[in-house]
Design a protein around this ligand. Sequence first.
Ligand code: IDP
Ligand code: MG
Length: 142
Amino acid sequence: MIERTLSIIKPDGVKKGLIGEVIKRFENKNLKISAMKMLHMTQEQSKGFYAVHRERPFFESLTEFMSSGPIVVMILEGENAIKMNREIMGATNFKEAAEGTIRRDFATDIEKNIVHGSDAPETAAFEIGYFFNRFEIVGHSL
Ligand code: IDP
Ligand code: MG
């Protein structure tokens, strides 16, 4: 099934100069970019985005980190895009991430792990709507 998912290159990924590398990995796996922009969130915006994690002990630190610098926000479109993106990213903890994944190759910290990706259709819909309106999204096959 052709799906859309939200991807973010986090502040550490942008600082390390990995925008091109991350996008290349998506394109190599046939994920198409349906929308893309660079922005710098306030901590309030970051808290809204990560609201599902508000009870977690790392919430304050995570939202501070996510608003610490510019990020690249993208919609990826393709066959099983949600799962495919998660596979390309690797496990949350880079120490557990499979070889050849973005997090295994570039993350240095469980929090500063280069990329974000939606984990289910419901979260993808919320996260896409958080950053993009329908005039900002192009369709490749949707
Ligand atoms: P995910 O990004 O792989 O979906 P989530 O469990 O949804 O992982 O957590 C969201 C983000 O919160 C992670 O990507 C990471 O930046 C941060 N995070 C998750 N678990 C921890 C932790 O135990 N300590 C610090 N930060 C964490
Ligand atoms: Mg998550």
